[in-house]
Structures are given as C-alpha cells and as structure tokens.
Design a protein around this ligand. Structure first.
Ligand SMILES: Nc1ncnc2c1ncn2[C@@H]1O[C@H](COP(=O)(O)OP(=O)(O)OP(=O)(O)O)[C@@H](O)[C@H]1O
Ligand SMILES: [Mg+2]
Length: 242
C-alpha cells in the first residue's frame, strides 16, 4: 500500500510511513488542540510535492485563515494564484445562508465540492471542521447520509481526506455527533490540557485507528510553535515539557 507523508514532524514515523493513500482520516480534538494547524500542514505537504489540494473551511473566512497561516510560514496565497490550491467555504452562518437561499440539498453541496476537486485534480482534501460542515443540514439522518456519501465520492475520486472534528473539552467522545469515527478509515486524537501548576498547555496525539496499516501505540506529546507542529516520541513526563 502506498503511503503519503502527513507533513507534521514526527507523525509519519508513528504511522509507519504516513497515511495510506486514498484513505479518510478524522482528526478530533478539543478547542485549541491544533486541528487547523495539523490540517494546514497536511495540505502544505501535498503542495510541496506538486500535488493539488482543496481546503474547505467553515471556521473563518479565507483571508483570516491565510493570514493566520502566514504567521507560521505557510504561504497559501501563492498556491491559490497558481491554481494548485482552492480554499472554499467561509464563515458557517454565511455559507448556511447561501445554501438556504438556493434551497440546496446535501447532494447539491457534494456535487459542488466534487466539481472543484475534479477541476483541480486534487489529491488531498481537508475539511475544517466536519461538524461545522454538517451543521449546514438539519437532522441527524441527513447529516449522517451526507458524511457517508461525501466520503465515498471523494474516495472514488482517489483523494486522501482529512476531516477535523471538534470534541467537547472534558469528554471521552471521539467526535461531535458520535457517528463520524465509524465512517472514516482512521482516527487521530489531539488533546490540549491546561496544566495549572505549570501555567501552560500540554498537548498529546494518539492514533485511535488506522485501517490498512500498523502504527505505534501510545500518547505522544506535541508542541505548536511559529515553526509549526512537532510530535515527539519521548515520555510526556520528560523534562522537555517542564
Ligand atoms: N503562528 C503561531 N505561533 C505559535 N503558536 C501558534 C501559532 N498559530 C497557532 N498557534 C498555537 O496553536 C494553537 C492551536 O491552533 P489551532 O487553530 O490549530 O487549534 P484548533 O484545534 O483548530 O482550534 P479550534 O478548536 O479553535 O478550531 C493555538 O491556540 C496557538 O496556541
Ligand atoms: Mg481550528
């Protein structure tokens, strides 16, 4: 099985070479855990390897996203201008308003996404976040059908897909709705815990499942700096974090 590099330092080693090509991954994490940064590295890695990519953001508008990433040295403007990257979406309320105005069904939304993916020949797709995306639809069965169909259709196009997913602050849940983790091939969990005594956030990554490949089990500490995200294999209690 061909594997593709994730683009986050340390993660490919944990995944024994990367994500199996064509698989779908759920990247779950609490608020501020590093989901957007991780997804941006994943897309950037593809762009650096001369692949094309689509990034769907429902968190914030495009300009804010681009300027936040520039702080980290990720220059997406350049790739969009060269038609190597397409950033679509925007603030959830705005996208929802557009969708309602056009009385669009989830199948229409999926077709629009597919059209962009086909036009670019995109190999990597990231959706940040899948739970905000699914909030475009009203009832749980529509949300579930939408996710299953979207995932199926993107995989049929040969894409490797990363869906970020918000989870509540103190919870054992792996996803927002409770069904997302069963639709995808792999689940990565990010966790940010505020350590009062140290007056700092500690962050950990764990692989929950990864169909089609072996991986290193454990809870791996990671850091986010202006250079980006880096995951370490050392013990979380090591002096590195103190
Ligand atoms: N340029 C940067 N320099 C240093 N740290 C940064 C930078 N950008 C982001 N971070 C750190 O990374 C953290 C996580 O960022 P990110 O936006 O990826 O989290 P998230 O899981 O997507 O959060 P949310 O649930 O709010 O969407 C930020 O809160 C900040 O501490
Ligand atoms: Mg985010």
């Amino acid at each position: 099985m061909n594997k593709i590099a994730v683009g986050v330092k340390g993660v490919d080693d944990i995944l024994m070479g990367g994500i199996p090509e064509g698989k779908s991954i759920l990247l779950s994490g609490n608020c501020g855990a590093g989901k957007t940064v991780f997804a941006s590295h994943f897309i950037m890695e593809g762009l650096k390897n001369k692949e094309t990519a689509v990034y769907i953001s429902l968190e914030q508008d495009k300009q804010n996203l681009i300027s936040d990433l520039e702080e980290m040295g990720i220059m997406w403007d350049h790739y969009e201008k060269k038609n190597k990257l397409r950033i679509i979406g925007g603030n959830l309320a705005y996208v929802r308003m557009l969708k309602d105005k056009r009385k669009a069904h989830f199948e229409d939304v999926i077709q629009e996404i597919k059209a962009v993916v086909i036009e670019l020949g995109a190999k990597r797709v990231a959706i940040d976040s899948i739970n905000l995306f699914l909030q475009l639809f009203d009832d749980i069965s529509e949300q579930r059908n939408c996710f299953a169909q979207l995932n199926y259709e993107l995989q049929q196009l040969g894409c490797t897909i990363l869906y970020t997913c918000e989870i509540p602050e103190i919870s054992q849940k792996l996803s927002w709705y409770g069904f997302e983790e069963f639709v995808v091939d792999g689940v990565l969990l990010l966790r940010r815990n505020y350590e009062k005594e140290l007056n700092m956030n500690k962050r950990f990554l764990e692989v929950i499942k990864m169909r089609g490949t072996d991986y290193k089990e454990g809870t791996f500490p990671f850091r986010i700096t202006k250079e980006g995200m880096e995951v370490y294999k050392n013990d979380p209690s090591s002096e590195f974090f103190h």
